[in-house]
Write a protein that binds this ligand. Structure first.
Ligand code: ADP
Ligand code: MG
Length: 392
């Protein structure tokens, strides 16, 4: 990995702009899981020790280039401030006069947090103009937002054209732990892909070149079943990727659930039962895999030497639909294989079942680690490498 790390620069008393991934879950405007915030603490604390003026950037949710009050970063800044025991001055804009004045008034060791970086459409467009404005506030750029490194966004990519840039400690640790396994996975290599994010299916084609078996679960499994012509009742699925699922469905490396726990609603007080995949009735939704599938999948996991897990098996937040996730994660935890887990909900599930410590690595980035395991280059990491060549 040819890019700069924190140890390569002289940070003393400089102005540093840091991209973190503080896209954390909120409830009633309060942070309910601060894992992602804590993951960036080593870098933030390093910069505080060097008496830097620290400017933090993050997105939250999907504002799509518009200002959305519920997606302002105030609760996130407050949480970070509580954890650090230090003021984090939250601004209401990302660029412009308010930011210029706040940066000019900063003292050594001060922290400010810009507003949700995706309130400006320039972020997702990887706009040079937007990146240049952000870069003007600082002397050095640090990327510690591993969870978004698979995105070609301004605060990750374009910004590296304007400042000496380096990886933070989280990005360095994530890559250092996962790349050796990615480049040289022990075989058999099994990937478990579940969860609700539809874009996961787009990596399956490349994942197929690397993995020996891909075990499908979650909403993704419903999309596959629908593509194969099964009745899936009122189960969630993704209309847009049905075509892709159809192309992949007959690949012999791909395994689909053979039974499901179905219910009338996503609720602890629902009417639930186990049925075969071909027997899902109308008005019922598949919310977890059944015992037969658990046994089948765990048999494969038991024989594997590398197991990666992206996205939960079922709707694990509700106890009666959490057994599949718990049993699959337990099989991983008790295996001798290299076990990697990626994604906010996947990590939360491992925590809920007390299994996180038994995994080789729990990544803060679901999409980013899945992209890496699919053999893809991460645009934000590539940008750091380009920057290294340029400023060497
Ligand atoms: P990660 O955060 O690990 O990347 P995702 O966000 O893609 O994972 O998916 C996790 C979410 O998927 C959880 O909120 C879970 O409740 C939901 N989920 C999984 N299976 C189902 C299902 N069959 N029906 C509805 N929701 C599901
Ligand atoms: Mg998630």
């Amino acid at each position: 990995m040819n890019f700069y790390k924190l140890k390569d620069f002289d940070f003393n008393n400089k102005k540093i702009i840091v991209r973190v991934d503080f896209n954390v879950p909120l409830k009633n405007r309060k942070v309910i899981d601060d894992t992602k915030i804590r993951a960036a603490l080593p870098t933030i604390e390093f910069l505080i020790k060097k008496k830097c003026k620290i400017i933090l950037m993050s997105h939250l949710g999907r504002p799509k280039g518009k200002v959305i009050d519920e997606l302002r970063l105030d609760p996130v800044a407050k949480k970070l401030s509580n954890i650090l025991g230090k003021e984090v001055k939250k601004l209401d804009s990302c660029t412009g006069k308010e930011v210029e004045e706040a940066v000019a008034a900063m003292k050594d060791g001060d922290l400010i947090m810009l507003e949700n970086i995706q309130f400006d459409h320039g972020e997702k467009e990887n706009s040079k103009e937007y990146a240049e404005k952000l870069a003007k506030y600082a002397d050095i750029y640090v990327n510690d937002g591993f969870g978004q490194c698979h995105r070609n966004y301004a605060s990750f990519v374009a910004i590296t054209e304007y400042l000496p840039s380096c990886a933070g400690l989280l990005v360095e640790k994530e890559l250092n732990t996962m790349l050796p396994i990615i480049n040289n996975p022990k075989k058999p290599y099994t990937a478990v892909v579940g969860g609700a994010k539809a874009d996961k299916i787009e990596t399956i084609n490349s994942l197929l070149k690397k993995a020996d078996k891909i075990l499908i679960a979650g909403v993704l499994a419903n999309t596959f079943l629908k593509a194969k012509g099964y009745n899936i009742g009122s189960s969630l699925f993704d209309e847009e990727t049905i075509g892709l699922a159809k192309e992949l469905a007959d690949n012999e490396k791909i395994m689909l659930p053979v039974d499901f726990i179905i219910a009338d609603k996503l609720d602890e007080n629902s009417d639930d039962k186990i049925v075969k995949a071909e027997d899902i009735p109308d008005n019922r939704m598949a919310l977890d895999i059944g015992n037969e599938t658990v046994e089948k999948y765990n048999g494969i996991i038991k024989d594997a030497k590398t197991v990666v897990f992206f996205g939960t098996i079922g709707a694990f937040e509700i106890d009666k639909f959490s057994k599949g996730t718990e049993q699959i994660l337990s099989a991983m935890a008790s295996s001798e294989a290299d076990t990697i887990l990626g994604g906010g909900d996947s990590a939360a599930a491992a925590d809920k079942f007390g299994l996180s410590d038994k995994m080789t690595h729990v990544s803060t980035g679901g999409g980013a680690s899945l992209a890496l395991f699919s053999g893809k280059e991460l645009p934000a990491v590539k940008a750091l490498e380009e920057n290294y060549k340029k400023f060497k």
